[in-house]
Ligand binder design. Structure first.
Ligand code: SAM
Length: 288
């Protein structure tokens, strides 16, 4: 470990070396802070994940950590030392910073001890190989990062095989979305498609595409979901599903409601649908 606050940080640290940075004006810190913006995340093909648990999940699931940042509070913590060693073993860099620096990178007053810079992963729709009872969630232009993160977490919890992001969506790799996934972003494959690509792919899909719609004529509890792959298609928060996507569904399901609310929150509706689709597959003893 050595102080290196003012050197230009090309190549950061050589593997095996931990670099120490305490100044907010350090160029490495500036680059890390820029990752709060989608433009820079996409330019670098990376994103930030906060917290020791998330970083351990990411490493366990085979994700690549480019840079691991930990604060002084993490020094001497054996779990932090382990993730640092695993990062270095795979060719990543490790930075030791002040709490002030980690707070600035993650834009939080009470920052986590550890933050990782990870490589983004998005798969093409063509990589999807639906089999058996596989369930996928397709999201039409999802806007809200909290909704997307919650849906990724819920999809993970029911054993869904992937999420298809249709059209212009909120960034699955924003700090807010990744936070809301609680680590499930590392477990559930993400795919991206335009509306036209999804509709073209859908023609060759042998399973059921179940859309959800406030004008749906079918009670969601009456659909036989088992024995074929299912794509659950959810509409945009403000506008719901556009006509072309609704027309591409095998069925349009509706969750009956009472009371004043005219619709459910997108993530809640997705959760209700997913647990119904997976009703028979999910068992308390894990025997699914
Ligand atoms: N104003 C929008 C509309 O007219 O469709 C409301 C959209 S709602 C907030 C977001 C998405 O959640 C819907 O597109 C649908 O996929 C799902 N959703 C919400 N409530 C639902 C319900 N009762 N039945 C089926 N889907 C529902």
């Amino acid at each position: 470990t050595r102080h290196d606050d003012h050197t230009r940080g090309t190549g950061l640290a050589r593997p095996g070396r931990v670099k120490e940075v305490t100044s907010l004006t350090n160029p490495i810190v500036k680059d890390l802070r820029a990752l709060a913006m989608k433009k820079y995340r996409d330019q670098e093909g990376v994103f930030l994940a906060e917290g020791l648990k998330l970083i351990i999940d990411a490493l366990d699931l085979g994700w690549t950590i480019r840079t691991l940042v930990f604060s002084k509070a993490g020094k001497g913590n054996s779990l932090v030392e382990q993730v640092a060693a695993r990062t270095i073993a795979k060719g990543g860099d490790v930075l030791e910073v002040s709490e002030k620096v980690i707070a600035a990178i993650t834009r939080r007053d009470n920052p986590q001890m550890v933050v990782g810079v990870l490589e983004q992963r998005i798969q093409p729709l063509a990589a999807l190989r639906p089999r058996g009872n596989d369930v996928y969630v397709a999201l039409d232009r999802v806007r809200d990062p909290g909704n997307l993160g919650t849906i990724i977490r819920t999809a993970d919890a029911v054993g869904a095989k992937g999420i298809i992001l249709i059209g212009d969506t909120t960034d699955p790799f924003s700090l807010e979305t990744v936070r809301a996934t609680m680590g499930s972003v590392f477990a559930v494959p993400l795919m991206r498609a335009t509306e036209a690509e999804f509709l073209a792919w859908r023609k060759g899909f042998a399973g059921l595409v179940i859309g959800t719609h406030l004008k749906g004529a079918v009670d969601y509890r009456t659909i036989p979901y088992a024995n074929h792959p299912v794509v659950l298609l959810m509409g945009n928060e403000q506008q719901g599903l556009p006509d072309q996507l609704a027309a591409g569904c095998d069925k349009l399901a509706r969750i009956p409601q009472e009371g004043r609310a005219d619709s459910l929150n997108l993530a809640i509706a997705t959760g209700i649908m997913l647990f119904e689709i997976r009703r028979d597959a999910l068992k308390l003893d894990g025997g699914n």
